[in-house]
Design a protein around this ligand. Sequence first.
Ligand code: FE2
Length: 264
Amino acid sequence: MSYADLKDSGKEIPKGLQECMPDYRDIHDVEVPNYTQEQHGTWALLMENQSQVLPKRACQEFMDGLQKIQFPRKRIPSLAEISDTIQSHTGWKLMRVDGLVPDKEFFHLLEERIFPSTDFIRERSELGYTPSPDMFHDLLGHVPLLTNQRFTAFFEKFGRAGVKAFQLGHPGTKMLPRIYWYTVEFGLIQNPDGLRIFGSGIVSSPNEVLYSLSETPKRFPFDIELIAQKPYDIWHMQEELFVIESFDQLELEFDRWARAQGLL
Ligand SMILES: [Fe+2]
């Protein structure tokens, strides 16, 4: 069973994805794990925490995405049900993975409008934050914006630039993960109502939500040249955050940068 959904769509499977993802399976063909009551309870606790802290802190585009997805509050959802909802809005889909996906494969997936998600949940002791992959981060953190056409236009382009960077052996292979970190994972946005969060690393962490909008971290206007060169630290709260004006700005700036680099 390989590449079934891509084949069914009549679309040619890109060579890069064939090589990188030999275990690719349609999300509907993946067995749903038998979660324990404690694991469902962990999901419920995380959902409860985040529904308290996200209003007026997460950006409007993210809150609109939450409305569209309607995550179950008391049980862990299956990836297939979430994937179907995303697909109905933007055509993006989920794929199940065992953990972190290497950058090269990740770019190929994004180019194909596929987002990789784990299907296991963090331990109770890691409710506040976990740097390890887990499905609460993948789903609550990333999925709402996958229903937003403005964001997915940027995300698909980002994947395309990454595929090209690997093909060319371009330093973009190092720069793109930094851009990803300071935007998709830890980005802030200036909404008409005020400063808001859109980064998945922040929205899926109760601690980081409050911290990111507090007086403590330094916040700077989005500067793609600067962040493309800026290393990041996955083990501590983010001391420096970047603020985009809009998802239009993010896409336009990314497009300009990637063309200048010869990646689009
Ligand atoms: Fe993430």
